[in-house]
Design a protein around this ligand. Sequence first.
Ligand code: SF4
Ligand code: SF4
Length: 418
Amino acid sequence: MLLPRPPSAPPSFHVMAKPTGAVCNLDCQYCFYLSRKSLYPGSRFRMGEDVLEAYVRQVIEGQSTPVVTIAWQGGEPTLMGLAFFRRAMALVERYRRPGQRIEHTIQTNGTLLTDEWAAFLAAQDVLVGISLDGPRALHDAYRVDKRGGPTFDKVIRGLDHLRRHSVRYNILCTVHAANVAHPSDVYRFLRDDCSASFIQFIPIVEHLPTPEDPEATSDRSVDPSQWGCFLVEVFDEWLAHDVGSVFVQTFEAALASWMGLPASLCVFAETCGNAVALEHNGDVYSCDHFVTPEHLLGNIRTTHLVELVASERQRRFGQAKRDTLPRYCLDCDVLFACWGECPKNRFVSTPDGEGGLNYLCEGYKAFFHHVDAPMRLMAGLLHSGRPAAEVTTALAKAPRNARRLRGVGHTDRAGHGR
Ligand code: SF4
Ligand code: SF4
């Protein structure tokens, strides 16, 4: 059925569905979501049949694009068991419109995956995101179980199940105080030992303001300048060996910006608001990072998902990403690629004292300046119908230019403004 869509509804949107709410079998020390349990005192944290049915139906009805993504996240979604996901797949078949393609994704810590799970995920062609923070010691620094014990072996066992069944997977690697100083070790481990061809790096920023220091962060948080160094070192390794064969989400997003295309990642978009979070009981929040009573949009048992996404409140939430940028960002030469990153990280002051600057600014600025010349080169190749991977040959053939191309410190804003 084609739903009459509100005029303000985006053609497509993303829903992060959390069938177990914040419940997880692990106790990762930096997890921002575990504390969300307190929003639902006394709950069993299991998505019921009514919410499951409403979610699948509405997410399919609410989008006008030929491809719709159904995404599961947590907490730990595999705690729902296989029977829940088999029912979800049956509902998808019931509501899928002719010609419509449904992409299934699940983000998991991987520790509960079995042979049976892997066979199911392979048969349904589910794209699996595995959370893994690098080699054993770096991963186990913060990704621990309920008793504080290591989890690395369990994750690798889960990954092995996926590989045996040829399940499509990518790696989500959080970058924090324990692994930020080891960019090459982390990247090579994910690329070589885990055979990952799609990698997401997510910086850990835990804002813990005090009356004395309103900009304070936890000891686990990534240092802004080190975050920039991490991205730069991984980028150089990727540029030398892996363009076209390994997809690093941050680099792909940057390339889209240099090509003048719409941002492929909400954090680097001018505005956001098209990615909502769905709790186990049907409550919908403005974003995964804003699951708070002030950002509760409504419940899908009483209001259609597309109306919540299109609501005036949610549109304002998304536009605030652009409208609250400090002057320092508006004057920045890499604004077109950064857009002040995610509002959740905007809690420091600019050099002239204006609030609302992103905590990671220093790192992003250094990274975007560093990649400017190779990004221009890749964008030029792609615009002329050639593969971006030719950038590696071009750099190898022009050793005298290579240093200049790799290590520039200046970006001409007018050269590639949006
Ligand atoms: S608040 Fe941040 S994570 Fe959420 S949609 Fe906006 S940019 Fe993305
Ligand atoms: S690099 Fe810094 S100043 Fe520039 S847009 Fe990003 S956060 Fe703002």
